[in-house]
Write a protein that binds this ligand. Sequence first.
Ligand SMILES: NC(=O)c1ccc[n+]([C@@H]2O[C@H](COP(=O)([O-])OP(=O)(O)OC[C@H]3O[C@@H](n4cnc5c(N)ncnc54)[C@H](OP(=O)(O)O)[C@@H]3O)[C@@H](O)[C@H]2O)c1
Length: 281
Amino acid sequence: MSDRRVVLVTGSTDGIGRATARALAAGGMKVILHGRSKPKVDAVLARLTEELPGAEIEGVSFDLGSQTAVRRGAEQILARVPALHALVNNAGIFADERTLTEDGIELTFAVSHIGHFLLTELLAPRLEASADGSPSRVINVSSIAHTRGRIHLDDLTLSAGWTGYAAYAQAKLANVMHALELAKRHDPAKLVAYSLHPGVIGTKLLRQGFGPIQGGPVDAGARTPVRLAAAETVDDPSGTYFSEGTATQPAAAARDLDVRSALWDASLRLCSTTNPKRSQV
Ligand SMILES: NC(=O)c1ccc[n+]([C@@H]2O[C@H](COP(=O)([O-])OP(=O)(O)OC[C@H]3O[C@@H](n4cnc5c(N)ncnc54)[C@H](OP(=O)(O)O)[C@@H]3O)[C@@H](O)[C@H]2O)c1
């Protein structure tokens, strides 16, 4: 059996996630590619396998906007890999209209936050059990847009006042808060959590959300998640937020302990109430 460290990168069929997966595989980690579309996962898997002889790469596909699919995907991952050392929660969208998922959650929030929250809860025991002298890592790809976000605890689906940007900024703020709460709730010897802004990077999401502006190369966007996932030892305290590689204080809103804890509780509720058979996550 291979002794490579194992990393799952969500949304690695395109953009920053694909560059992250590629660099981690080239650097010697076993990589689980993930995307919402199986044909796209298979195509990226075939391409990377050809480009990187000797790399160990697998694929898994599930829609982060569907809790049933996330649970099924987590089961597949747990069945396939006995150890998991890093989870890069990278997938994200910028929506051009307000839609609700089958679970009744606004799509941007569902994909970027709730899907990752649920996936992380389902994989956390395996991540913790895989810590081997150095802690396992959860790395949330957030955005500087989190500084403009607000968590609408009384209306997380933004039934009033939805805009694509308000939904995106709320979800990206939730990514930072999620990492900070994970840092509080897990023993840092076993699991550490980080969040980051990758820079303004020329991807599909950037074009969809912000128009035809010039962004940096995807490899630059991948630099921080790659470093955090691959480093043999982690020096930065769990919970640290990085802006383009530099440890930075996140927005004051992210440091509001009451809202953070309320968001955690609301996220747990949203993951359990949508499936009455699950009393916990
Ligand atoms: N680009 C920037 O300037 C920038 C700046 C700050 C933060 N970010 C963050 O960086 C992360 C990556 O974004 P990107 O810019 O690289 O965008 P991207 O190129 O559009 O990639 C997004 C990835 O997420 C996947 N995805 C979307 N919806 C999904 C769903 N429902 N279930 C599963 N996977 C799904 C996409 O799959 P498909 O291939 O099928 O579309 C794709 O692999 C995001 O979290 C974004 O918020 C980006």
